[in-house]
Structures are given as C-alpha cells and as structure tokens.
Design a protein around this ligand. Structure first.
Ligand code: MN
Length: 293
C-alpha cells in the first residue's frame, strides 16, 4: 500500500489579475522533485462573484516550456492565445494548453458568467514538458464535459471522470507528452475507493471539498494536498463527508527545472532567451491573429 510522504494545506490567498482568487497549493520552487511532471497548482475559489459589466481576469502574458491545464468546476473561463487557440470552458470542461515554444494568452471570466455573476471554482495546473518537447509548437485542447468519460463507482460510491490517462478501461481525451493520469473523483459519504495508479509514477491527492481518510489512517481536509510514495501499488480513500477530489499522477520527468515567472525551462540561459524572445515579439500577440476576436 502506498504511504503518505507528506501533506500540505494553503490558507493564504492572492489574486491572479482581478479574476482569480487563488490559493497556491504547490509550486516547483518547493516540491519539484516530489510532484514532477506537475510544476504548480493554483486553486481559485470557491467564491461567489456579483453580476458585473466589467470582465474580471488576467490580460496578455506569455508562457514557455510547459502546459497549463485549467479545470472549471463552477463559473466560466474564456481564453485566447497568440497561437490561435481559444475558447470558453464551463463547469466540467477542461482546457489543456501547451505553451511549449511560447505564446501569449489571456484568461478572463466568460462574458455571460460575468454579466450574471455566481459561483466560481477552478484549478489551474502547470504540467512540465520533457526537454526535447519544450520548444515544440503550441497546441490547444478544449476538452468538453461530454468528451470526458465518467465511470460510475460500485454501490453508489460516486464517480470518477478521466480527464487524462485511464481508469478501468475508460480513456481520458487529453493528449499528453508524458504518461499522466488526471482524475476528477466524487466520493459519497461513508464510501471507499481503491486506486492503483502505475507504480513508479508520482501520485498525489488534492481534496477540493469534504474530508477523506487514507487507508494508512491520515485524514485529509479541504484544500489539502497529499503526496504519496511512488513504490506502493495502491491506496484507498474513505469519505467522511461527500468529497470532491482531484488525483494527479504521472511519470516523473527527471530533468533540471529552472523557472522564472511565466517561463519554466532547464537552464538559466534558456530563461534569459525566453525573456529576449518574448520582448522581440517571437511569442506573438493576441491582436495579431486574424479572426481571433
Ligand atoms: Mn497564463
């Protein structure tokens, strides 16, 4: 059985732009080795926004060297990027954006959501790319709720949505550069699930809401991340209340991580180059794309 390596909870909130009240759950500055291929996770909300004519969010900014994965639980997020990617994602949808060699994007609340207001909750993950793929072409995958397989758990224990990877033969729609399992799990009070992600992969559990207990006895609470060992074959979760959980698993990328702001590369020289390329306009401009508005 997998053992708990450590768990951590974040209570400090900060704003990303004026749209995303986030708790920083982990970053590569602290636990790069333990969480690879995942670099960073921000948890925005849950929060109720009032109706507004002003659209909240974060304006044009670049990324290079990794992917941003945005999972919307409540509310709407609208995105546009300089590689021509864009779309609006709603509850249950996931945006898997590969920045790779570099792009500029903006992230706002959806126009309809902003006008009406309401509950907002999302997770944004940064997923690393292997050195050989960091300078590949940007890519945009808008994964709709209907395209994400939902596996009903036995005895009404809940459900598991496969965003990436595989669970009991159900395959997630996300195309990934390295093997990743990303599962959106809902577990009903009193029920238990056993999960067996691949041995050798990073394995972590994030509890968005509710309370769950690991088979090894540790109790996890809301907004808590639990990092498990890679050697054990399986682990169990038992829900003390109805719980909303994100499982993050993947093959480790054992390469040096050097990041600064919106860029995550393998060396300081590559970070300097990223700033030069961005300033030279090589990551593009959103407005420059024909028909993007
Ligand atoms: Mn961004």
């Amino acid at each position: 059985m997998k053992k708990l390596l450590f768990s951590q909870q974040s209570n400090s909130r900060h704003w990303v732009g004026d749209g995303f009240p986030v708790r920083s759950i982990f970053t590569y500055n602290d636990i790069a080795r333990e969480m690879t291929p995942f670099l960073l996770m921000d948890y925005a909300g849950p929060m109720v926004f009032p109706a507004s004519e002003h659209r909240r969010g974060v304006g044009e900014h670049p990324h290079r060297g990794f992917e941003t994965v945005t999972i919307v639980y409540d509310g709407e997020v609208e995105h546009r990027d300089s590689a021509g990617g864009g779309g609006i994602i709603k509850p249950g949808d996931v945006q898997w954006m590969t920045a790779a060699s570099g792009l500029v994007h903006e992230e706002f609340h959806g126009a309809d959501f902003a006008k009406k207001g309401g509950a907002f909750e999302m997770v944004q993950l940064w997923v690393n790319l292997p050195k050989k793929d960091k300078m590949s072409k940007p890519r945009y995958q808008g994964l709709m709720n209907a395209d994400i397989p939902q596996v009903a758990l036995p005895d009404g224990a809940g459900q598991l949505r496969v965003i990436a990877g595989e669970f009991q033969g159900a395959k997630g729609p996300a195309k990934t550069f390295t093997p990743i399992n990303l599962w959106d799990l809902r577990l009903q009070v009193g029920h238990k699930i056993e999960l067996s992600p691949p041995v050798g992969h990073t394995a972590a559990v994030f509890v968005l809401s509710g309370e769950v207990t690991l088979g090894t006895g540790e109790r996890l609470q809301e907004a808590e991340l639990a990092v498990l060992d890679r050697e054990g074959a399986d682990f169990t979760l038992t829900a003390g209340t109805d719980a909303k959980i994100l499982f993050l698993g993947g093959e480790p990328i054992e390469e040096r991580v050097v990041g600064y702001g919106p860029f995550v590369m393998n060396s300081e020289a590559e970070i300097r180059q990223a700033f030069i390329d961005f300033q030279d306009g090589k990551m593009g401009q959103i407005g420059a794309i024909e028909g993007s508005r």
